[in-house]
Design a protein around this ligand. Structure first.
Ligand SMILES: [Mn+2]
Length: 395
């Protein structure tokens, strides 16, 4: 059975997200089933326009999928429930869609609208010509709880089927920094593991575990790794092999510029200018590319990074590139360090949500209020939604 693997559409992030998700799904047309490994949406409460576009996108994808597979659910006692009104499109919530317990996330909405099957904590079987592929999944959780939640959920493969485990977390083997799961923490015995969250394509083989990461369909973090081509994975469960298919995206160009010797404002501007000219000369782009320059190293005495004036350059390239210039010079001024940290937080893969929850917990602690992570999260949600009654109850 050919299953298409994709994820991290981040619908609502920008204007590219929808178009590129559509291109990715187009590349999956001849698969029997499509699995989407989380972060379908960029936020846990997408705008209605985004939801509307997403529903249209999914219904078009379901229509063009030339699959005649049967989809059903297995419960713990082996009872089968048919899901005949659903397309063989399976999705799980990522970290960007996570809401506190009891609240509906956008993947719940997709499932209720029969646009996709929510995989979280279920055993969903796709069957075609006698072959069964069973998908199980854990939705994205804060990294520090991932091990605990995985253990508690006790995932086990189903006999007589090809078993796929889908999750949405950092993985130590792919991103060796910060707190994260490692391959050994994943439940044993699955034939294939699919991980979202990481925005560039990878395959990892760790012991008996084969992990594929489809990568995102849109550039959100502007990391160097995101310059890689965006692709979907078409996995053949019988052959145990896969092919990757590129789809059209806005290109993303990245360059590090390091100033080894103390540089003046004019020198920085000149180097930025020549780098941009060179980078943009290479392509004949149908769409204006995203270009990120990361400037680091040393500035001339007395020159602070905030005093560097690059507005003339930004103006000159305004219609040739979506330009982002990161200033990561050796620091002198602590206030400026804060501003730079803030700028970095924007490309933090945890997303604004997790960062907010952590800041909120710290703020509560300073006021001697000790709440668990999930309680703090519920309280934050109640406050954001101006539900004073619920907030009062939680304190
Ligand atoms: Mn993501």
């Amino acid at each position: 059975m050919r299953i298409a693997i994709t994820g991290d559409f981040h619908l609502g992030f920008n204007q590219d997200a929808l178009a590129q998700a559509r291109n990715a799904l187009d590349a999956c047309k001849d698969a029997v089933a499509i699995v989407i490994a989380g972060d379908v949406f960029d936020s846990r409460i997408p705008r209605q326009e985004t939801l509307n576009e997403a529903l249209q996108l999914f219904s078009q994808a379901a229509e063009s999928l030339s699959s005649n597979a049967v989809v059903f659910e297995l419960d713990a006692d082996g009872v089968i429930t048919g899901l005949s009104n659903y397309p063989p499109i399976l999705a799980v919530a990522g970290t960007h869609e996570r809401r506190s317990k009891g609240l509906a996330n956008p993947i719940h909405l997709l499932d209720s609208a029969l646009a996709a099957v929510n995989l979280h904590a279920r055993k969903i079987c796709v069957q075609k010509d006698g072959e069964k592929v069973v998908f199980q999944a854990m939705a994205g959780v804060p990294e520090e709880f991932s091990r605990q939640v995985l253990k508690k959920m006790e995932f086990k493969p189903v006999k007589g089927a090809f078993n796929v485990f889908v999750f949405h977390q950092s993985l130590a083997e792919a991103m060796p920094f910060g707190e994260s799961l490692a391959a050994q923490d994943l439940p044993d015995g699955f034939d294939l593991y699919v991980d979202g969250h990481i925005h560039w394509m990878m395959e990892l083989i760790e012991g008996k575990k084969r992990i594929v990461i489809p990568g995102s369909t849109v550039v959100t973090q502007m990391r160097k790794n995101e310059t890689r081509k965006k692709q979907v994975i078409i996995f053949d469960t019988q052959a145990g092999t896969y092919e990757t298919r590129e789809f059209s995206t806005r290109s993303f160009l990245y360059r590090d510029i390091v100033f080894e010797n103390p540089a003046t404002s004019a020198e920085v501007a000149a180097q930025v200018d020549s780098a941009l000219t060179e980078m943009l000369a290479a392509g004949n782009q149908s769409q204006v590319p995203i270009v990120k320059l990361k400037l680091s190293g040393r500035l001339a005495n007395g020159l602070e990074s905030k005093d560097l004036d690059l507005t003339a350059i930004a103006k000159r390239y305004a219609d040739k590139a979506m330009l982002h210039i990161d200033r990561d010079f050796e620091r002198k001024d602590p206030l400026q360090a804060d501003a730079e940290e803030l700028q970095k937080a924007r490309s933090d893969p945890r997303g604004v949500r997790e960062i907010s929850v952590e800041l909120f917990i710290e703020a509560l602690k300073r006021r001697d209020i000790e709440l668990s992570h999930s309680q703090a999260e519920e309280l934050l949600d109640a406050l954001c939604e101006e539900d004073a009654a619920r907030a009062a109850q939680l304190i």
